[in-house]
Design a protein around this ligand. Structure first.
Ligand code: ATP
Ligand code: MG
Length: 252
């Protein structure tokens, strides 16, 4: 069974960029399932992978077919969902990508959602790593998976407010049913040294700092051209930090 890693945190802190670079570097070590759990669906762009269907579309199609009576009962619903998930999976040599798409509409999709989670969790068993990029906010983590999370990476900017928000993650994880083995804080876009005030706040909020990542001057040019984040040169500060993360977490 592979290692499940989740990136979470406030909006715009660098979750997707970090997830993409991590996925890319981990793919040199083993097979990776990349899960885009953000409804705005942009992990594929950061990875430079094409994307056609999302799981949201699969759920929607099934709900409509069941409601209108067009659903073919000769195929069991879990099997149908599994087939559709396989169809929407974007495959490459070492990385496969799946996008969750928009969350459910006003109707009740509980049964479909639970089938979806089960299928995705089963799919994840085929990989060495499953990396899930969450949407902004702390509360979405539990929705994405029924499996245990091995490593939760909470990304923040170097602000007191950001660190306080990240500090809410630990008690939140205790409240929900998802079991999380490790919770680490990443402070991203640090200019020069990590300010002493931020370091103190990290301790006050009972957080464990994994790394602080420098503001990377090479990223802006890539973003302007709309190129994938993973094209960052391997000696650029962000790539070096990701390598550091992999070493510190002991991922092999
Ligand atoms: N270390 C860094 N140095 C410079 N720019 C960075 C760094 N990390 C991320 N960025 C930039 O910050 C912006 C937001 O990054 P990203 O999209 O990864 O954040 P996010 O947390 O996934 O956002 P959202 O909450 O919208 O999903 C992007 O333009 C990205 O290029
Ligand atoms: Mg994002």
């Amino acid at each position: 069974m592979g290692t499940t890693i989740v990136t979470a945190g406030k909006g715009g802190t660098g979750k997707t960029t970090i997830a993409a670079l991590l996925i890319n570097q981990l793919s040199e070590k083993g097979t990776v399932l990349a899960v885009d759990a953000d409804p705005s669906t942009n992990l594929n762009l950061a990875l430079g992978m094409p994307l056609e269907d999302t799981i949201g579309q699969v759920r929607e199609e099934m709900a409509i077919a069941v409601k209108s009576g067009a659903y073919d009962d000769s195929v069991a619903k879990p099997d149908y969902i599994e087939m559709k998930i396989m169809e929407s999976l974007v495959e490459s040599e070492k990385i496969d990508l799946i996008a969750m798409g928009r969350p459910e509409g006003p109707g009740c999709y509980c049964a479909a959602n639970s089938m979806l989670r089960t299928s995705i969790d089963r799919l994840g068993k085929n990989y060495d790593y499953v990396v899930i990029d969450c949407e902004a906010g702390m509360e979405h983590v539990s929705r994405q998976t029924t499996r245990d999370i091995d490593i939760l990476l909470v990304v923040t900017d170097p602000t007191i407010r950001g660190v306080i928000a990240a500090g809410r993650m630990k008690p939140l994880m205790k409240e929900i049913r998802t079991h999380v083995s490790q919770i680490w804080l990443i402070v991203n876009r640090v200019v020069d040294e990590l300010p002493a005030e931020i370091e103190a706040s990290v301790k006050e909020n009972d957080l464990d700092l994994l790394v602080s990542i420098p503001a990377d001057p090479n990223l802006a040019a890539i973003e302007i051209k709309g190129e994938p984040s993973i094209t960052l040169p391997s000696d650029s500060p962000l790539q070096v930090s990701i390598k550091d993360i992999i070493n510190k977490l002991g991922l092999k």
